[in-house]
Design a protein around this ligand. Structure first.
Ligand code: ATP
Length: 289
């Protein structure tokens, strides 16, 4: 028996840090949306009581460090599952890129194993379990567009943003999220206006969305990696309507409405960046069937 799952990447339209909490986490407010750039997760039933992970991508761990493995072991222990699974991860989302690839693989594994192992959990229950694996996993369980609060695990659904292209460019560096948060000085940041972004999304106002994008981690990563700033400049030069770094970076995305501009951006950035993609946002939340 096999289950095939799509694990889409996310981008941050906003990312704000309110303060550092006594438990060491940062209190955040982020508007995230899933995009049509996805890993494929194949889950194969094993009678043997083991979890195996395989991937062709040399940056993806094949042991308990893999977030998909952690999702499987969590379900197995919590629900005393007596059989196993082979998890094959076909990676398309760049690794350590600010696109929540690992978190999305974990979320897709939770949704897929719920089906393969007939656990009968709903999305809310899977999202609560996801928060034990990582702060972005709860959002990835639902997909779509949402405001995430707390350390990222409190999810409030939002309508889909206005239809547009997302052109992503990733330089040949990986960024450690923990490192970026460590270097962030929470006393000296200029906060994005999350409420105005929510209003622009609700009005389906593309220009409003473009005006309100903001990410407090961008300044930290730009200081460490000047090539990220160069990509931003190039994107504006090629006619992007809005440009922002996603998560802790280093991936930068541009929003554009017109096909011709999307082609100009895509072609202009190729050759200058390690990886470039042009995709649509995925409006719908995941369902369990
Ligand atoms: P975040 O912002 O949530 O830290 P990211 O999108 O920047 O994530 P990921 O692609 O999730 O980065 O990878 C971060 C690290 O997680 C990698 O260095 C990798 O070793 C580890 N990892 C664990 N499981 C996976 C997975 N399934 N896919 C990719 N990386 C994984």
């Amino acid at each position: 028996m096999k289950v095939l799952m799509k694990a889409p990447a996310k981008i941050n339209l906003t990312l704000d840090v309110l303060h550092k909490r006594p438990d060491g986490y940062h209190e955040v407010e982020m508007i995230m949306t899933t995009i049509d750039l996805a890993d494929r997760i194949e889950l194969t039933w094993l009678d043997e009581n083991v979890i195996r992970v395989t991937s062709q991508n040399r940056f993806v761990p094949d042991d308990q460090r893999n977030l998909a493995y952690q999702a499987a072991i969590l379900l197995k222990d919590r629900f005393q599952v007596q059989h196993g699974v082979q998890i094959n991860i076909e990676k398309t989302i760049p690794v350590a890129a600010g696109l929540a690839g690992g978190s999305s693989d974990a979320a897709a594994t939770l949704r897929g194993l719920n089906r393969l192992w007939k656990l009968g959990l709903n999305l809310d229950e899977l999202a609560v379990l996801g928060a034990e694996i990582g702060s972005d996993v709860s959002f990835c369980v639902y997909g779509g567009t949402a405001l995430a609060k707390g350390r990222g695990e409190i999810i409030m659904p939002l309508p889909a943003p206005p239809n547009c292209w997302v052109v992503l460019a990733k330089p040949l560096i990986g960024v450690s999220t923990a490192d970026v948060y460590r270097r962030l000085n929470v006393e000296h940041i200029s906060h994005p206006d999350t409420n105005s972004m929510i209003e622009a999304i609700r009005r389906n106002d593309f220009d409003g969305v473009c005006q309100q994008v903001g990410n407090v981690l961008e300044g930290v990563t730009l200081k460490m990696y000047p090539e990220v700033a160069q990509i931003k400049e190039q994107m504006y030069r090629f006619g992007a309507d809005a440009v922002l770094m996603s998560g802790s970076g280093p991936t930068v995305f541009a929003l554009v409405q017109h096909d011709s501009r999307m082609h100009r951006l895509y072609n202009g950035l190729r050759g200058f960046c390690d990886q470039v993609f042009a995709v649509r946002m995925l409006g719908d939340r995941h369902t369990l069937d």
